[in-house]
Design a protein around this ligand. Structure first.
Ligand SMILES: NC(=O)C1=CN([C@@H]2O[C@H](COP(=O)(O)OP(=O)(O)OC[C@H]3O[C@@H](n4cnc5c(N)ncnc54)[C@H](O)[C@@H]3O)[C@@H](O)[C@H]2O)C=CC1
Ligand SMILES: N[C@@H](CC=O)C(=O)O
Ligand code: NA
Length: 823
């Protein structure tokens, strides 16, 4: 025997009922013997409750609502039952509605609605729906029979949530089905869900999940092979898809997992109502009436081997935490008995409990609507202990959520809690309380409500690993480097997704004109167009505020500008657990205290502040220095060529050519700063040697760097970029003279930065063929580190140190390393 149960949405409309009939026909064709349980048409139970309420208050419009229910049912008859049979069915329905109307007239006369009558009124929903569907099924030539569950499910008289008399019920169910099996044609039993009756034949209802309960009771009594719960979603999902867009279907789940998940708000099924089936080890499938070929979710005693260690993540979005604490609780037996005793006596349901082994405090989560009441109750109950100072005041904390990570797989593997706390920590989600039952299949954490979505998505992303981890990027600056970076991300995304399980998603971008924020991602093959058409006028403060508001997990802010003002936002971004990656040297080359503060903030927040491209573009210079420092080496001397622009210029400039033109070429090749005066003035190199010295452990200030000028004063003081180029033209002879003097000695011009004995000096030198800096070409940078461990021969890094591709690539590598760190 196979039991099918269809919920309210499955029987809510003409179309869905057609679908239901098709599913029943399918089973008949497959020759499975079935019994089918139905809920009321979607919304009808609530309408009946409302009608009852109106009837006692004497509001007469309730008849209008009754008419609406009647019409909805008549409409099914008119569309799904052949005309010649309609009269009979309409009369039948009318008869049932008359009975309801008589009952309501009684209620409105005596102005009283007992729970008993309330149950009777609500029973009409299932009775009407099942009656009609039975007629529809029969009119299709399928042998079928309406079965009023009140004749087989016997309960006590606890109206509203009646307790089932299993002994009697099981007997009646078996007897009925035995009798049906002996009947010619063995008609399919179409059964009203949700209702039963007392021994005195008074109508009762079975409480929450009532129709599932009916299916479960009958399935258990008949020892069914399977129970199918037909609903309007493709089974249970790894998380609520409204909160976690990447959630997906769970093919198999155990009873225990289903129970834990549903306690934490996953509402597809209500497992307590399936208890009779669980007890008999009857598998239950959750299926979608509107997508009947989908495999749905199989709930059974043991789940098959899983790909993931956890099965699902669920949450209760709004809870309050009650904290009872005090020195008088330590080692005193009976405090928790008293506490939970009084909560039970006041019918206060506790969602989660946590007590540390110090016994100094117990905290528990409750529905926030009851928080005031709980406080009053506990204040009264513990008045003496509070007065004597044994217990501090009872404290209530609000605006919290609880997230439950559930899975049988957690029982056997270590590191799950570590992963969970680590991912929340790296995303700046503070954990207010934790609970793990000894069954080990649920770890619950209480967090601030405003972090709920971020936490759910971050956890889902990390635990369901075959799904790529998402990095959410916000890019400021879509100039040379920014644009190249976007292109590189676009080209590399597929590789990162498949090979590194990393999904890099650009969710915001801005330049000086327009900004665009799109938490669902911006397509990188058309970002220019989107920024132009959908972007709004740039406001950096607004952009940053929005980033914080979105509170997306694994967020990275990328500054691809050379702007000085933007730097002021770094600290607050890091503070909000957003990593920062930048080629912009401004932040790291201001006052030492500011440099230090950013480092500290990132460290304290567990996020990253990365700037490999501050020195030597994509060359691994900063990482190398940091690596040596971490390993305890000490820096003695740094000597370097750190300007790609100046390297290019001195490798290209020849007597008889225009120095200004060579500078223009460097700019066109993407080597210069947005303002090339920064390069030629030595400013850019000064920043770099300062940053290197700081990374090497020396707290230098900008004024500790001496720049021996390369340019004549008139060039240095040029007020605009065009004026600067004019001055360069005018001073061509000066540059030729520099070059000639070097060449006559067989040397080359090099703009060298040096750091030794706490002093940094930058100057133009001419070096001979024996010098390691002689053999450079193009935009090459070179840096030579003499350290305690690299004393005899220095550690040297050399290669192109400027240009769009190599710089963007260095920025990209920083971004990807954050992806690995977060994983
Ligand atoms: N070119 C190279 O080889 C290297 C460059 N860098 C650094 O990369 C950074 C970017 O350089 P480029 O791309 O060449 O500059 P760029 O001038 O081509 O682009 C700068 C972008 O930033 C935007 N921007 C500037 N201020 C802004 C603000 N306040 N709000 C929003 N957007 C703003 C501009 O609209 C533009 O889109 C600079 O800091 C530079 O020092 C670092 C290493 C190497
Ligand atoms: N303008 C810089 C670019 C890298 O920082 C240079 O020329 O080196
Ligand atoms: Na670098």
């Amino acid at each position: 025997m196979h039991i099918l149960k269809f919920g309210g949405t499955s029987v809510g409309s003409v179309e869905s009922i057609k679908q239901v009939i098709a599913i029943i026909e399918q089973h008949r064709q497959n020759d499975t013997s079935i019994a089918v349980v139905f809920s009321a048409m979607g919304g009808v139970t609530n309408q009946l409750i409302e009608i009852g309420r109106m009837a006692i208050t004497g509001e007469t419009d309730y008849m209008e609502l009754v008419r609406r229910i009647e019409d909805r049912h008549f409409n099914i008859v008119k569309t799904l039952i052949p005309v010649k049979e309609q009269g009979k069915v309409v009369a039948h329905i009318r008869g049932i509605i008359n009975e309801l109307e008589d009952l309501l007239r009684g209620v409105s006369l005596i102005r009283e609605l007992t729970l008993r009558t309330h149950d009777l009124i609500t029973s009409f929903g299932e009775r009407l729906a099942t009656t009609i569907i039975a007629e529809c099924v029969k009119s299709r030539g399928i042998p079928a029979q309406f079965l009023d569950a009140r004749t087989i499910i016997k309960t006590d008289a606890q109206f509203g949530q009646a307790g089932v008399n299993y002994t009697l019920t099981n007997e009646l169910v078996k007897a009925h089905f035995d009798k049906v099996a002996g009947t010619a044609g063995a008609p399919v039993q179409l059964i009203t869900g949700f209702i039963g009756s007392t021994e005195k034949n008074e109508t009762t209802t079975l409480g929450r999940g009532g129709s599932d309960y009916t299916a479960s009771i009958i399935g258990a009594a008949l020892n069914a092979d399977m129970i199918d719960i037909w609903t309007d979603v493709d089974g249970m999902m790894t998380a609520d898809p409204r909160k976690v867009p990447n959630a997906f279907n769970i093919p198999t789940i155990t009873y225990a997992e289903a129970m834990e998940l549903s306690h934490f708000g996953a509402k597809v099924i209500y497992p307590p109502s399936l208890q009779p089936a669980f007890a008999r080890n009857i598998p239950i499938r959750v299926l979608n009436t509107f997508n009947p070929t989908h495999e749905g979710t199989l709930v059974s005693r043991t789940a098959e081997r899983r790909q993931y260690t956890i099965t699902g993540i669920s949450s209760i979005d709004d809870i309050a935490l009650v904290n009872v604490q005090g020195s008088g609780m330590i080692g005193v037996a009976g405090v928790s008995a008293k506490l939970f005793g009084v909560l039970a006596a006041h019918k206060i349901s506790v969602i989660l409990i946590s007590q540390a082994s110090s016994e100094h405090s117990i905290c528990f989560a409750i529905d926030p609507r009851g928080a005031e009441n709980v406080k009053a109750v506990l204040d009264a109950e513990f008045a003496t202990e509070i007065a004597h100072g044994h217990i501090d005041n009872i404290a209530i904390e609000r605006d919290l959520s609880v997230i439950a990570t559930v899975g049988e797989g957690m029982r056997k593997s270590s590191g799950i809690a570590g992963k969970l706390f680590s991912v929340l920590g790296k995303n700046g989600v503070n954990i207010v309380a934790v609970a793990q039952g000894s069954s080990e299949i649920n770890i619950s954490v209480v967090i601030n409500k405003n972090n709920l979505s971020k936490a759910l998505n971050a956890l889902h992303n990390i635990f369901f690993q075959s799904e790529a981890r998402v990095l959410n990027l916000y890019l400021v600056g879509t100039g040379l480097i920014g644009k190249t970076l976007l292109k590189q991300i676009f080209d590399q995304n597929e590789f990162l997704r498949t090979e590194k399980l990393l999904k890099v998603c650009v969710v915001g971008m801005t330049n000086t004109r327009k900004m665009l924020l799109a938490p669902r991602g911006i397509d990188l093959d058309s970002w220019q167009e989107r920024l132009l058409t959908e972007g709004v006028t740039t406001s950096l403060p607004a952009f940053v505020e929005k980033i914080k508001d979105y509170n997306l997990p694994n967020s990275v802010f990328i500054d691809c500008t050379s702007d000085k003002d933007i730097v002021q936002f770094y600290e607050s971004l890091l503070d909000a657990n957003i990593s920062v990656v930048t080629p912009n040297k401004v932040a790291n080359s201001g006052p030492y205290s500011e440099y230090r503060r950013l480092q500290r903030t990132a460290l304290n927040r567990g996020v990253k502040f990365l700037y490999e491209t501050n020195v030597g573009a994509g060359l691994p210079i900063i990482n190398t220095v940091q690596g040596l420092m971490t390993a305890g080496d000490r820096f003695l001397k740094i000597e370097a060529i750190l300007s790609g622009t100046l390297s290019y210029i001195f490798n290209t400039f020849r007597i008889g050519t225009s120095f200004a033109d060579v500078v223009r070429e460097a700019k066109e090749k993407g080597y210069t700063e947005p303002d090339p005066r920064d390069d030629l003035s030595g400013q850019d190199v000064a920043r770099k040697i300062l940053i290197l010295a700081r990374e090497a452990g020396f707290p230098l200030e900008p004024e500790d760097v001496t720049i021996n000028n390369l340019l004549p004063d008139s060039c240095l003081s040029a007020p605009t970029i065009p004026a600067f180029f004019d001055e360069l033209e005018r001073n061509n002879a000066y540059f030729e003279a520099l070059l000639t003097s070097a060449e006559t000695r067989g040397e080359k011009l090099r703009f060298v930065a040096g750091f030794e004995n706490n002093k940094a000096v930058i100057e133009l030198r001419s070096v001979g063929p024996e010098h390691p800096f002689y053999m450079l070409s193009g935009s090459d940078n070179i840096v030579s580190f003499t350290t305690e461990r690299y004393k005899e021969r220095p550690l040297v890094i050399k290669g192109p140190g400027a240009g769009a591709e190599v710089t963007a690539s260095g920025v990209f590598a920083d971004v990807v390393s954050i992806g690995s760190y977060l994983a």
